[in-house]
Design a protein around this ligand. Structure first.
Ligand SMILES: Cc1ncc(COP(=O)(O)O)c(C=O)c1O
Length: 465
């Protein structure tokens, strides 16, 4: 491992923790599930620890601590807006709990005319699909066979419909494919639509600027995928989009005057943040972004890109592997790679990686079912049939994939460990298939014997003593 990667790893909490394997041995955990949640940055935790003695109410008290806390909260908001190159006079960071809440908020708050529609795509995470399709007339841009956004179809739909908002992922949580945001912003604006980027998978991996030129109008992302736990997310957008109307959630903090007969709503952002805000979460997001700014984010992104190319090329050597999406050498991708091993259920691959090698991945459909169906080339009949099985409470052998996802603290050595574990699984396929048990209710595979579960339970108990 090069010295600078070792130095980088020391900036994160918990990278040296050992986890049990099924045979009782322990190994340093390899976290390849960063698209779900990333480990915390020590700098974020340290900043929070130094602030906690001063922690108090936001916008509510007038003591010193309250004033300080309100100041920290407001400064975090401004820092985030400026981090993306947006003008705090025109744009606004609204704190929410995660990307899902940010997307839901805009789906309630976006002001549209009767004849207008929303344009999403078939590669979206459910959080950028369901809030729209269940509330508003929503169209979906199609995909190329290898899983890229079909820009021709997007433009066709923009041309033929009155689109109020184009809403797309900045990067896919299944293939890591990065959408061409500037081209799409130009296209959306040309046809009079605003452009929202679900940036949950983009903000932690690539610098993103909303300063000038054709850029997205709205951004949504989560702190917990950005090395900043503590439960805050962001919706960033034009102030004017939040200046009118009644927010989807109202109460304390959202008003300037209330009498028996009248309610006067506060200007944004207060209008949009009902109840006492998550000061620590907001501060954590700002400090994580500051850490990126202080640590040459473009160089970190370049390292992660190189690691992704290395991983893709190494994974391709595993016999019977099917990798989804075009190679990262051909199409820009963040560090997310989904695959299947021919003849081995995805759940068993994930279980074997965890129990035999201490490698943490995710398997299934990653909350992006329409996209996974497309990549797996499932017919509508096959989808309907498996949905029937789920409705009947049967979860065994559902379609899906295995996903590995990187942060810029991951290393080539870790990728090699993953690849070695997959080769081992291939060699021991027969034995592993016979010895692992499938739990039909959860759809998860369990290893034979051992005291893995007992160790896990004891570990869990230790946090509640
Ligand atoms: C592309 C994308 N959008 C939205 C979300 C939802 O993020 P959260 O669960 O933090 O709300 C995710 C989570 O994996 C995601 O990958």
């Amino acid at each position: 491992m090069p010295a600078n990667v070792r130095l980088l790893r020391s900036e994160f909490l918990g990278l040296d923790e050992e986890v049990p394997l099924k045979d009782g041995r322990r190994r340093v955990y390899v976290n390849f599930d960063n698209a779900a949640t990333t480990p915390p940055l020590k700098a974020v935790v340290a900043a929070i620890n130094s602030f906690l003695p001063w922690y108090s109410s936001v916008h509510r008290g007038f003591g010193y601590k309250s004033q300080l806390s309100t100041g920290v909260y407001n400064r975090a908001r401004e820092y985030i807006t400026r981090f993306f190159g947006a003008d705090p006079g025109k744009n606004l960071t609204i704190f929410v709990k995660n990307a899902t809440e940010a997307l839901n908020k805009l789906s309630y708050r976006l002001s549209t005319r009767e004849d207008q529609v929303i344009l999403a795509s078939r590669m979206e995470h459910h959080s950028n699909d369901l809030p729209w399709r269940l509330k508003r007339k929503t169209l979906f841009a199609g995909l190329t066979p290898d899983g890229r956004l079909d820009l021709g179809d997007l433009e066709e739909k923009l041309k033929k419909n009155r689109v109020a908002l184009v809403t797309l992922c900045g990067a896919s949580n299944v293939t890591g494919i990065i959408n061409p945001l500037q081209t799409i912003a130009e296209m959306a604006h040309y046809y009079g639509a605003a452009f929202l980027v679900d940036a949950a998978q983009l903000v932690p991996h690539r610098p993103l600027h909303l300063g000038s030129g054709e850029v997205p109008d709205f951004l949504a992302f989560s702190g917990h995928k950005l090395y900043a736990p503590f439960g805050a997310g962001v919706l960033l957008g034009p102030v004017e989009a939040f200046s009118k109307g009644i927010p989807e959630m109202i109460g304390g903090g959202t008003v300037t005057a209330v009498s028996k007969t009248r309610v006067l709503f506060a200007p944004p952002p207060e209008r949009e943040e009902a109840g006492t805000p998550n000061l620590i979460g907001a501060f954590a997001v700002a400090r994580a972004l500051k850490w990126l700014d202080d640590h040459d984010f473009p160089a970190l992104a370049a390292y992660e890109e190189e690691l992704t190319k290395y991983a893709y090329q190494r994974l391709a050597t595993v016999p019977g592997i099917r990798l989804y999406g075009p190679p990262p050498t051909l199409t820009p991708r963040v560090g997310v790679i989904a695959f299947n091993l021919e003849g081995i259920p995805h759940g068993l691959v994930a279980a074997a990686l965890a129990y035999e090698a201490g490698v943490g991945v995710r398997h299934g459909c990653f909350c992006a079912r329409p996209y996974v169906h497309h990549l797996l080339r499932l017919s509508p009949g096959a989808v309907a049939a498996y949905e029937e099985r789920i409705a009947a409470g049967k979860k065994e052998d559902l379609p899906g994939m295995v996903r590995v996802s990187f942060g810029f603290y991951n290393t080539r050595e870790e990728v090699d460990r993953l690849v070695a574990a997959l080769f081992f699984l291939r060699e021991e396929e027969g034995k592993i298939k016979k010895s692992y048990r499938l739990n039909p209710v959860t759809g998860e595979y369990l290893p034979p014997g051992g005291d893995y579960q007992a160790r896990l339970d004891r570990h869990l108990e230790s946090f509640f003593l």
